[in-house]
Design a protein around this ligand. Structure first.
Ligand code: NDP
Ligand code: OXD
Length: 309
């Protein structure tokens, strides 16, 4: 069984080594040393170039390096009769929750104002706001959103979640569907985006939706840059409608030199590292899926092509 590994950003040799350690029988090929495309049974990929996956005539499984699969589905010609699996990993989930808590607390505890005061040598007491007075709203109540929501509840925040289907998570007010999006947004003092990027969610953080947030709200986007209309977010920040934003993902990655987000005083930029797939932790589930394929058993963590996630 031959496994092709392609990623422009992951350390592919490390991934190859982690998989080989668990499955020495696999014929692992690191792009561009693919050999005959007809040999490839399984492709472990991240943002593959258009045409790569369609060029593999005997492909039996596509496996994403990460939780999101938008970079794979971006090629309209991928073979949709072939199953596509994504990563669901406990450590990645914890990493995302750390990221969300870090930046919610950064806003909640007014860290930016205190840092500014420190730079000015100014001792200023800032009136506290109780966590119970803030509503943190999570767009996307899937694996990542639900985990983060539960921890935010533990910290005493009011927590709301928005997803396609209604959710029952203790302490979380559930909103669902397009018809309840506006009502959800109107109560969010902090808006956290953990949606997959699909045609339905592209550009969802835009002038209209930002205008529905309460004045002074804070936005955290740890999902995909394509969820945000950059100019609309900049307008909401510059007009003092929003108090700030933390952005881990961007329409163009790496964020281009000179982009206003780099130097905006209200924006925190992180380099798409909210939650990473780590080879030693994720390789076992990839090998498990390959073994399942070999044994004719169901593949796990499958993407639903009709939903796009
Ligand atoms: P899941 O598939 O588990 O959850 C997705 C959630 O989004 C579900 O609750 C789903 O609703 C909801 N959703 C999807 N489409 C819509 C819609 N049109 N309207 C309302 N809700 C919708 O994904 P994960 O939680 O595992 O991951 C989410 C995303 O996070 C990934 O797709 C990826 O892009 C991003 N990510 C970013 C990382 C980073 O480092 N920055 C790391 C890992 C992931 P329902 O439950 O009803 O189906
Ligand atoms: C992912 C990511 O989708 O790291 O896993 O962005």
């Amino acid at each position: 069984m031959a496994l092709l590994i392609y990623s422009p950003t992951h350390p592919v040799a490390d991934w190859g080594a982690a998989i080989r350690a668990l499955a020495p029988d696999l014929d692992i090929r690191l792009w561009p040393d693919m050999g005959d495309p007809a040999d490839i049974d399984v492709a472990l990929v991240w943002k593959p170039p258009a045409g790569l996956l369609p060029s593999l005539p005997n492909l039996k499984l596509m496996q994403s390096f990460g939780a999101g699969v938008d970079g794979i589905l971006a090629d309209p010609n991928i073979p949709r009769h072939v199953p596509l699996a994504r990563v669901v990993d406990g450590n990645l989930t914890i990493g995302m929750t750390e990221y969300v808590l870090l930046h919610v607390l950064h806003f909640h505890r007014q860290v930016a104002a205190m840092q500014q005061n420190q730079r000015s040598g100014r001792w200023q007491w800032l009136p506290p706001v109780a966590a119970s007075e803030r509503v943190v709203g999570i767009m996307g109540m899937g694996t990542l959103g639900c985990h983060a929501a539960k921890k935010l509840v533990d910290f005493g925040f009011q927590v709301a979640g928005w997803s396609r289907g209604l959710k029952a998570v203790d302490g979380v007010t559930s909103f669902h569907g397009d018809e309840h999006l506006d009502g959800f947004l109107r109560i969010c003092n902090v808006l956290v985006c953990l949606l997959p990027l699909t045609p339905a969610t592209r550009g969802i953080i835009c002038r209209r939706t930002l205008s529905l947030l309460p004045r002074g709200a804070y936005v955290i986007n740890a999902a995909r840059g394509g969820h945000v209309v950059d100019d609309d977010l900049l307008h909401a920040l510059d007009s003092d409608w929003l108090s700030g934003a933390t952005l881990d993902v961007f329409n163009e990655e790496p964020l281009r030199e000179g982009h206003p987000f780099w130097t905006h005083p209200k924006v925190t930029v992180t380099p798409h590292n909210a939650a990473d797939s780590i080879p030693a932790q994720v390789a076992p589930q990839i090998v498990d899926n390959i073994r399942r394929l070999q044994a004719g058993q169901p593949i796990l963590r499958l993407v639903d092509y009709s939903r796009g996630y």
